[in-house]
Design a protein around this ligand. Structure first.
Ligand code: C2E
Ligand code: MG
Ligand code: MG
Ligand code: MG
Length: 275
């Protein structure tokens, strides 16, 4: 119940209503303003290695606390940003600010191994790698600390340009993870050839792990495949002890979800886990 209140409350706009069109236009205007006025924020969800109570990794997640409409969920404003040309700026803003928080934690006694940042396919143009390199260099942020989460479809359909950008970043030490893994149409042979360090099991499979035999088998197969390919596997959306236990029994070593921690703002994360 608590989940439907408080920090995760959000509002959806009904696009089918008569004024859906104008609401969308207003929302686009608001989003432009939010970017200019730095209203977007980031929260961080810890990722835990099995059996450990302190996180070693975090994933950065965007938040938009709208002055009138309350919290607008990324599942709503990111598609809007992608459709209106705003995603490139938002994406770079998120990356730079997440790096700044990560460095701040490090300097003050919370040393994490990895910062994961989501990347939208639309961000990957011919300048992508260079822009990221500039940010990392100017912040003196070690590229090995950064993991970029991309979708399965991006990795599968990747054009030579996308592949080139990814290669440049990897050569610097940046790692890649496939988000929501299992929901796309990856072929085994392609996954093997892909320059990917980690697979994130989609939360829909985790949700059904103890109730749906198909979900259980899918999770089992993903974990087996990842370990035989020397990839790291991270379960997302772990909400209960039963789910965590089932995942651990199947050999999943990394977990993320409300059972362990909700996404936290930078200070809360720092205060909770600093040594
Ligand atoms: P995602 O990257 O797959 O992130 C996981 C989502 O699941 C997050 O939702 C997170 O808050 C939520 N979550 C975490 N633990 C649990 C759990 O135990 N149960 C359930 N039911 N949900 C859990 P959020 O923050 O609303 O983000 C939604 C999506 O928006 C993300 O999915 C990601 O695709 C996208 N997104 C968020 N931040 C960024 C960003 O900076 N850039 C880009 N391109 N996309 C982002
Ligand atoms: Mg993600
Ligand atoms: Mg995901
Ligand atoms: Mg998702």
């Amino acid at each position: 119940q608590a989940k439907s209140q408080g920090r995760n409350r959000c509002c959806m706009y009904d696009a089918s209503s008569d004024d859906g069109q104008s609401k969308r236009a207003n929302l686009e205007q608001d989003l432009r303003q939010a970017i200019q006025q730095q209203q977007l924020t980031l929260v961080y969800q810890p990722q835990f290695h099995v059996g450990e109570s302190a996180p070693r990794r975090v994933e950065a997640l965007l938040r938009w606390p709208h002055p009138v409409h309350g919290h607008i969920t990324p599942n709503e404003f990111i598609p809007l940003a992608e459709a209106t040309g705003l995603m490139a700026d938002i994406g770079l803003w998120a990356l730079e600010n997440a790096c700044l928080h990560f460095l701040h934690w490090r300097r003050n006694g919370l040393e994490l191994e990895k910062l994961a940042v989501n990347v939208s396919a639309i961000q990957i143009d011919g300048h992508f790698a260079r822009r990221i390199q500039q940010i990392l260099q100017s912040l003196q942020f070690d590229p090995h600390w950064l993991e970029l989460e991309v979708t399965e479809s991006l990795m599968m359909s990747s054009t030579t340009e996308v592949a080139r950008q990814i290669e440049v970043l990897q050569a610097m030490g940046v790692e890649f993870a496939i988000d929501d893994f299992g929901t796309g149409y990856s072929s085994l042979s392609k996954i093997k050839a892909m320059p990917v360090k980690a697979l994130k099991i989609d939360q829909s499979f985790v949700a059904g792990i103890n109730s749906d035999p198909n979900d259980y088998e899918i999770v089992r197969a993903i974990i087996l495949m990842a370990s035989s390919l020397n990839m790291l596997v991270i379960a997302e959306g772990v909400e209960t002890a039963d789910q965590a236990e089932a995942l651990q029994r199947l050999g999943c070593e990394w977990m993320q979800g409300y059972f362990f921690s909700h996404p936290l703002d930078s200070d809360t994360l720092f205060n909770q886990y600093r040594r």
